[in-house]
Ligand binder design. Structure first.
Ligand code: FPP
Ligand code: MG
Length: 274
């Protein structure tokens, strides 16, 4: 534990930090709030390495960070949060690491769905998006349980992409469009397929457009995440800190930038420069 985190455990400082966080959230809520935010939670292993921890501890800290930032989003009244928790590509990692990630996911999902925890307190429906047939049976059970436990929650949605890639999601969408055609003798009319046909067959079909996508760790790639959903209006921000370090303070400038962009602040200046 760093000296700063140790000092921040001192009760009066904990109280001051939480009061300041509440004030920041209240201030942010005076402006527009993104409806749908996505996170690429990157940098857990590098965080573990730089802090002399086991890789699995870095991933566990990643889940702690996810819970905190999810709570911030819910307090801000963000309606949909989508997180890249496991890429299909991650199956290429060593078996011990994949097993550790599966174990963390299993307990993370059980925790999220537990009575009195985040999903319950904030009315969040937890959904798992991706190739769930690839996960071990015990994790699949945890997925089914959290989905069932939270399906009636209507205030917000947490999409956990696990195991996911956009290419796989779009492949699923195309297959489902083709299989929706009435019979082999009446093939689907290609002209009838529009952008909205594809959107309506994605895992995110009932979610609002993606307003903001944040990737931590300084890496500036999309890594096959939300490629269809990242449209012309989506603000994409690459942040130079590891995911377990990402918190309200690091999220704050991103949200302020998004608010200024939505309000058109600075657009006059951009026009003059053009
Ligand atoms: C990427 O960092 C992170 C992951 C592969 C795992 C992310 C998982 C969580 C945040 C928790 C999962 C939560 C639920 C609800 C299932 P990395 O391993 O690529 O680290 P590196 O970039 O430093 O190598
Ligand atoms: Mg990475």
């Amino acid at each position: 534990m760093s000296i700063i985190s140790w000092v921040l455990r001192f009760p009066p400082l904990q109280w001051a930090t939480s009061t300041l966080n509440d004030a920041l959230i209240t201030a942010l809520r005076q402006g527009p709030i993104p409806t749908h935010v996505a996170f690429v939670c990157d940098g857990n292993r590098r965080y573990a390495k730089t802090h002399g921890m086991e890789t699995s501890e870095g991933h566990s800290q990643g889940f702690e960070s996810l819970k905190k930032i999810l709570e911030v989003c819910l307090q801000l009244n963000v309606k949909v949060v989508t997180v890249y928790a496991f890429s299909i590509e991650n199956f290429k990692r060593p078996k011990w690491e994949v097993d550790a990630l599966m174990d963390i996911a299993k307990s993370a999902l059980a925790q999220l769905g537990a009575h009195g925890d985040l999903a319950d307190r904030y009315g969040v429906s937890v959904r798992i998006l991706g190739e769930t047939s690839l996960v071990p049976p015990d994790v699949l059970l945890a997925i089914e349980k959290v989905t069932e436990q939270t399906k009636h929650n209507k205030k917000a949605i947490l999409n956990v992409c696990f195991p996911y890639t956009s290419q796989s999601e779009i492949t699923h969408a195309v297959r489902s469009i083709v299989s929706a055609s009435t019979s082999p003798s009446t093939p689907i009319d290609p002209e009838s397929i529009t952008e909205s046909t594809i959107s309506s067959h994605l895992f995110t079909s009932d979610c609002p457009p993606l307003d903001l996508l944040v990737r931590t760790s300084g890496v500036t790639r999309m890594s096959d995440f939300m490629l269809w959903q990242t449209g012309a209006e989506t603000m994409v921000k690459f942040i130079d800190c590891f995911w377990p370090e990402f918190d309200l303070w690091r999220f704050l400038p991103v949200l302020v930038e998004w608010q200024m962009r939505v309000k058109g602040v600075g657009s006059g200046m951009r026009k003059k420069q053009a």
